[in-house]
Ligand binder design. Structure first.
Ligand code: 5GP
Ligand code: MN
Length: 343
């Protein structure tokens, strides 16, 4: 680690052309770690471009640097390709396989730039020269914080960088509720608050800026769509494209929905199955030892973390639901295992 850090420090010793990229449909950790890192690298004199493969929720569009984010699939393909080809360093944040950034992935792979991976997802692809990767980290933002610290630049973390990083830590720990939350997490957050992060402002902007339609949609999903399969300790919701349209659903409006399914007493695995334009997208969550990373990887071309993963299906919504339900019997024993001693 020390060797990687020294070589990395050397790589940053001159002003560099830097590209930072993050995963499809960035969440708060993806965007917050990217913009936090961008803010820091700019202060160090580097020329930094942040490229997102797609758009992201409006409740994230307040971070410093947001206005300069290049959305690849919104007519910026050629410009992005140029920046990636000309870059000297490309940072890949909050994803572990290049397929997660869509067509941008191959451009990054082909670029002569040195690649830097900063991530906490399982089973990383081997493409980076510098890797700051551990599944021990609750968030990528935490890893960015640690990296800035290790480079001796804690003092460069200003309020804006701190709030971007705090957003990632707050959301990826489920607001400091997941088992990944440690004393170290809180120590880092204490430092971010000292650097000027306003925790009330961030949680208000990220969690409490609902449109009325989004709340109505939540009510609809909970009353009409939530299915609980008691025999398998599994709960799921399947939402059609038409239903999304009825509630004028926007990017990010389904975020967090799967957690309601997981919160049902006794539920060990939850899934949110959503009919998107390109394909059916599935969010998986679990409690305890049941690995939704393995489940998503084995059956839905996906992956993620042990307790939070995603996947995709190219069948119809109904066929996808049937496939999901028909897989459960083979996992019955695992799903019935008592997961929490404090239950
Ligand atoms: P979410 O359900 O919130 O979209 O994603 C949960 C976790 O799984 C995140 O860490 C996310 O990066 C990962 N993830 C979501 N979708 C996919 C996917 O299609 N493939 C892989 N490999 N990971 C995913
Ligand atoms: Mn993350």
């Amino acid at each position: 680690m020390q060797q990687v850090l020294n070589a990395f420090r050397e790589a940053l010793s001159l002003p560099r052309r830097v590209v930072i990229t993050t995963h499809h449909k960035p969440d708060a950790d993806a965007l917050g770690s990217s913009l936090g890192l961008a803010g820091y690298l700019k202060k160090k004199g580097h020329h930094v471009s942040v490229i997102s493969p797609t758009d992201y929720p409006a409740f994230l569009a307040w971070m410093k640097g947001n206005d300069e984010v290049i959305i690849f699939n919104e007519g910026n393909e050629a410009r992005s390709a140029q920046l990636v080809a000309d870059a000297e360093l490309i940072f890949c944040l909050d994803f572990s396989s290049l397929a997660r950034i869509n067509e941008l992935g191959e451009l990054v792979r082909q670029s002569p730039a040195e690649k830097v991976l900063i991530d906490h997802h399982l089973e990383p692809e081997d493409f980076a020269k510098y890797s700051f990767w551990t599944t021990e980290a609750a968030s990528t933002a935490e890893l960015v914080f640690q990296l800035i610290l290790d480079l001796g630049d804690k003092d460069l973390i200003d309020a804006e960088i701190a709030e971007a990083l705090y957003s990632g830590i707050m959301t990826d720990t489920g607001s400091f509720k997941h088992p990944s939350t440690t004393a170290r997490t809180h120590e880092i957050v204490a430092d971010l608050i000292r650097a000027g992060a306003n925790v009330h402002k961030v949680s208000k902007l990220v969690y409490d800026t609902n449109s009325l339609e989004r709340l109505r949609f939540l009510g609809f999903a909970l009353s009409e769509k939530l299915q609980v399969l008691t025999e398998y300790n599994t709960a799921y919701m399947a939402i059609s494209a038409e239903e999304l349209q009825q509630y004028q659903s926007k990017t990010g409006d389904t975020e967090g929905l799967v957690n309601y399914a997981l919160s049902v007493q006794g539920v060990v695995m939850a899934a949110l199955i959503v009919e998107r334009q390109e394909a059916i997208k599935i969010s998986f969550r679990s409690i305890g030892e049941f690995s939704v990373n393995a489940f998503a990887r084995n059956h839905f071309e996906g992956g993620g973390h042990k307790n939070a993963a995603g996947g995709v299906s190219y069948q119809s919504l109904e066929e996808t639901v049937n496939k999901f339900v028909s897989l459960l019997p083979q996992y019955k024993d695992q799903l019935q295992a008592k997961v929490l001693i404090y239950e």
